[in-house]
Design a protein around this ligand. Structure first.
Ligand code: NAD
Length: 276
């Protein structure tokens, strides 16, 4: 496993386990047994209790785990930006989270929500705080008032959506990038099938004796991007973490970058009211 150092100084595993739609502890156990030490959940995923139970059952010391959860859009709308973390911690059975993200920039509230999240950071209940689905204009807006720079921006990112301008901005602001739906997401099966059949990815997979999914995840690591793939199949959970015994060359990284089509599989943050 490789780690990234956040702007707080904390280390975070570069590959984590995303648990959107995971509804049984056995899947989380499979991930912990495979060596994942970072788990990405959210209040909106409705499975924080499950994550907490799996962590306790695993017996893995708390300080060896990196737990992320997120402030929900509903929580922001209902004025619970200051209190929802406490509910999440109760469900998780934890005293603190390693990273607390604002799930989406809810247009009416995201600036105030960021100020509330800074309080969580200062109280120690969130060891780091960050944002998700923030576009440059959202970052510029909170920057006018922030006293804590977000440690991370979690965004949709895969070879068909490489997000270069946003990555540049995040780098300049010391905000670490993290990719959601790194394998193209679970909604559009044919999109994922076409992506995995791409010639560049298939030939790199052959060269390294890996799968196209592993090549995509390694591309994230070589770009310095934290990835949180999700799978409920133990063999794929294992496959997705088995990417730390090879490295892509800069030319290979660039060849995958060139697959960009600015194609989103998930909601566009600029179209928030239409999507949520
Ligand atoms: P993903 O890209 O990680 O996975 C897509 C699908 O690929 C999954 O349904 C899985 O069945 C399949 N898959 C996994 N490993 C595979 C492999 N090795 N070979 C072939 N198929 C494989 O998509 P995701 O679940 O949408 O995203 C991952 C995580 O990102 C989520 O679980 C969640 O934690 C996070 N997320 C965050 C946001 C946000 O708004 N912040 C949005 C979506 C997802």
């Amino acid at each position: 496993m490789k780690n990234i150092t956040l702007n707080t100084g904390a280390k975070m595993p570069m590959l984590g386990f995303g648990v959107f739609k995971i509804s049984d502890t056995s899947t989380i156990h499979a991930a912990l047994e495979a060596g994942y030490r970072s788990i990405d959940t959210a209040s909106a995923y409705d499975n924080e209790e499950l994550v907490g139970a799996a962590i306790r059952e695993s017996g893995i010391p708390r300080d060896e785990l990196f737990v992320t959860t997120k402030l929900s859009n509903t929580g922001q709308r209902e004025g619970r930006a200051e209190t929802e973390l406490e509910e999440s911690l109760k469900r998780l059975g934890l005293d603190y989270v390693d990273l607390y993200l604002m799930h989406w920039p809810v247009p009416e509230t995201y600036v105030n929500s960021w100020l509330a999240m800074e309080k969580h950071f200062k109280s120690g209940r969130a060891k780091a705080i960050g944002i998700s689905n923030f576009e440059p204009r959202h970052i510029a807006e909170i920057k006018k008032q922030w006293s804590v720079v977000p440690a991370m921006n979690q965004i949709e990112l895969h070879p068909r959506l490489t997000q270069k301008p946003l990555l540049e901005l995040c780098k300049a602001e010391t905000i670490a990038p993290q990719s959601w739906s790194p394998l193209g997401g679970g909604k559009d099966f044919s999109f994922k099938e076409q992506l995995f059949a791409n010639e560049t990815l298939v030939s790199l997979a052959k060269k390294y004796g890996k799968t196209p999914a592993q090549i995509i995840l390694r591309w994230n690591i070589d770009l310095g991007i934290v990835a949180i793939p999700k799978s409920s199949t133990p063999a794929r959970i294992q496959e997705n973490i088995d990417i730390f015994d090879f490295e892509l060359t800069p030319a290979e990284v660039a060849a995958i970058d060139a697959l960009n089509q600015d194609h989103r599989t998930g909601p566009n943050p600029e179209d928030f009211h239409h999507n949520f």
